[in-house]
Design a protein around this ligand. Structure first.
Ligand code: ZN
Length: 675
């Protein structure tokens, strides 16, 4: 290490080389990034300017190791800036965005470097590469070509400018959203707590304390506002909260995201045009499993029809309930969750407030670890910190006594954390240069409590993120470039969504869903109702998702819309969007699409993956054992340990022997009758 003067310059003598969080100061990051970037530039120049004949080792393997110091500081910083931000970290995020973008442009515009890669590529058949090495070479070359290595002169320069501006816009979009989410809250009088279950009252009071308010408040955090919309009988308050939630990023204040969205779309279209693609969606989908916008639209539209039919039928039932309450219709978006919850209780007698004591965070953690033990032989031992925040817990993961990974869980909502749930690696697995085992983090936004109790949705999120974590922890490849979740975007949700299925295995909840006070197992009738309710309100869920995915696709399919809000309205109008349902993420807070381009024209990929996860779990069902060792071994070999070492379609075929259709998904969501 050459980064003098900061903790990042030193060897970390912590267990498993965990970052020494108690010694990392915010002021260390900027100099550490500067030094790491300098070091990476020196390493890359040496590779590009070498006078030796290019070989796989002196080009590709050298590139794999060139950014070690940068990986080290970035792995820590980007995790902290998402999970535990503050003003210093936000300021550094803004400073880093153009610097990192400039660095990656420099690398991809390095003609000498690309010439060496191109030489290898042209002579690849004589290099005697392993299949994994051939795949890595192919992906490196594709990455360079897609970032403009074949462009010259003014268009190359313009592309660099476009990418750098896009990086800045993405960061601004996220920060605006965080600011709007942090600023707004709605005070509740004691009388306004009517109808709210104890866990909602407790988290409203905790949120009030965090905001220095006089009493309980509703915030825009999903884990508070969603239950408030489900349970509060006060329609005017529901409307106020819902509208504030829907207005994030579109409040006409300093944090307004609408102009940022328009500029982003225009620049993306320009980027695709410069690279010779018909549209940004064509460019973006090329390396995915879906390959083309037409394939994406086809899948989404096959799901849209049955979903909309089901949602309209449900809307009629809910509107009748509204009228029975003496309210003149029509049913509004702020009514849907409230009446849906009432109906759920009437038809499925599944009261979240009664259910949650059986779903403590500790019980569900034990369940997720137990499933991983039965499927893959993994063992989890809780370990001491210090970690980066007092809420964070850590486990050492082993198999047959051998170290596999460190797993961190950061589960509770707080103001310094961005919304949503995610999995990231502070360190990824690889074997090149000596075996490196991963450090993997799951971050969620569950309401804290004593003890913390989850909704069934929360438990599903827990399993989902843990599925991503398994994809990182079981990774067994040589090159970091294709390690863990470094796979096609529309393939990456397969392990996570597949893992959710084990939460629905009756034996898992029978064993782990125990009342946190009495230790009693969940009553059999409650368990049956819970599992039967799995398809409940899937018309709504599918409609709000598919609408968002189709708007995302439309934004990127043709020329960029001058007014994205108008384009959004047109798409929804043409689809016949049910009036009481809105997009899951409206444009001004559609972070998947605008906080970076990770999920731009890629939001569909959750559903693409769901087609596969439904089919993949059927592989266990067909042999009559959800923990069948042979099927689990194939899953690990071809999917969970393989990373991006082969084409996604080929990996899936090796695991399953066939490609799935959309029917398993429609069946799983209870939408087949409506078709
Ligand atoms: Zn996911």
């Amino acid at each position: 290490m050459t980064i003098l003067g900061t903790i990042f310059a030193q060897d970390w003598t912590t267990p498993f080389g965990l970052p020494p969080f108690d010694q990392i100061r915010d002021e260390d990051f900027a100099p550490a990034f500067d030094a790491a970037l300098t070091e990476a530039r020196v390493n890359i120049a040496a590779i590009a300017d070498s006078t030796d004949a290019p070989t796989f080792a002196n080009v590709i393997e050298a590139l794999e190791l060139a950014e070690g110091a940068l990986d080290r500081v970035a792995g820590v910083f980007y995790n902290l800036s998402g999970a535990d931000s503050n003003e210093a970290r936000e300021a550094l995020m803004r400073d880093l965005a153009p610097k990192m973008s400039a660095f990656s442009s420099e690398v991809s515009n390095n003609k000498a470097l690309f010439a060496r890669i191109e030489t290898l590529w042209q002579g690849r058949d004589g290099l005697e590469l392993t299949p994994e090495q051939m795949r890595v070479l192919t992906l490196y070359r594709q990455m360079f070509v897609r970032s403009g290595a074949l462009l010259e002169g003014a268009s190359a320069e313009r592309l660099t400018g476009v990418k750098s501006r896009l990086a800045v816009l993405g960061t601004q979009f996220s920060q605006n959203l965080l600011a709007d989410e942090r600023d707004w809250f709605m005070p509740l009088a004691e009388a306004d707590l009517e109808g709210l279950p104890e866990f909602v009252v407790a988290s409203a009071r905790a949120a009030g304390q965090e905001r220095d308010a006089a009493g309980p408040v509703v915030t825009l955090n999903r884990s508070l506002i969603v239950p408030f919309l489900q349970f509060s009988p006060r329609r005017a308050l529901r409307q106020r909260a819902y509208e504030a939630w829907g207005a994030r990023g579109a409040n006409g204040n300093a944090h307004d995201n609408r102009a940022i969205a328009a500029e982003t779309l225009a620049l993306r279209n320009e980027r695709a045009t410069l690279l010779g693609y018909a549209s940004f969606a064509d460019y973006k989908l090329e390396p995915e499993m879906a390959k083309t916008p037409a394939a994406v639209r086809d899948l989404l539209m096959r799901v849209w029809g049955p979903a909309r039919t089901k949602a309209e039928a449900d809307a009629a039932v809910l509107e009748a309930m509204l009228r029975a309450d003496g309210i003149d219709g029509p049913l509004e978006p702020w009514d849907w969750r409230y009446y849906s919850e009432k109906r759920r209780r009437a038809e499925h007698d599944l009261d979240e407030a009664v259910l949650k004591p059986f779903l403590s965070l500790d019980a569900m953690l034990a369940a997720q670890f137990d499933c991983a033990n039965r499927l893959f032989g993994l063992e989890f031992r809780e370990m001491e910190g210090p970690f980066y925040h007092p809420d964070v817990r850590g486990w050492e993961v082993t198999r047959k006594g051998a170290h596999v990974a460190v797993f961190l869980g950061d589960y509770f909502a707080r103001g310094s954390k961005r919304s949503g749930a995610w999995c990231s690696a502070m360190r990824s697995q690889r074997k090149l240069g000596g075996e490196v085992r991963p450090i993997v983090v799951n971050v969620c936004n569950f309401a804290n409590g004593d003890p913390a109790l989850l909704s069934y949705d929360d438990a599903r999120t827990l399993f989902h993120e843990f599925g991503h974590a398994l994809h990182q922890m079981l990774s067994d490849v040589t090159y970091g470039f294709i390690s863990g979740t470094s796979v096609a975007r529309d393939f990456v949700e397969l392990p996570s969504q597949l893992y959710e299925h084990w939460l629905e295995v009756p034996a898992v909840l029978e064993r782990h869903a125990r009342h946190w006070q009495t230790g009693e197992p969940m009553p059999a009738a409650m368990l049956k109702r819970l599992l039967d309710a799995g398809t409940y309100d899937q018309g709504f869920a599918t409609v709000e998702f598919v609408a968002s995915a189709l708007v995302d696709l439309a934004f990127h399919e043709g020329p960029a819309p001058a007014d994205p809000m108008q384009k959004q309205a047109e798409v929804l109008e043409a689809l016949g969007m049910p009036r009481a349902i809105r997009m899951r993420h409206a444009t001004p807070h559609f972070a998947h699409v605008f906080s970076g381009d990770g999920y731009s024209s890629g939001y569909y990929s959750y559903m693409w993956s769901e087609v596969m996860d439904a089919d993949a779990f059927a592989a266990f069902e067909e042999v009559g054992d959800p923990f069948d060792p042979a099927t689990a071994a194939r899953l690990e070999r071809y999917i969970l340990s393989a990373g991006g070492s082969d084409d996604a379609e080929r990996l899936y075929m090796q695991f399953r022997g066939k490609m799935p259709g959309v029917e398993a998904l429609l069946k799983g969501r209870g939408l087949l009758d409506a078709a």
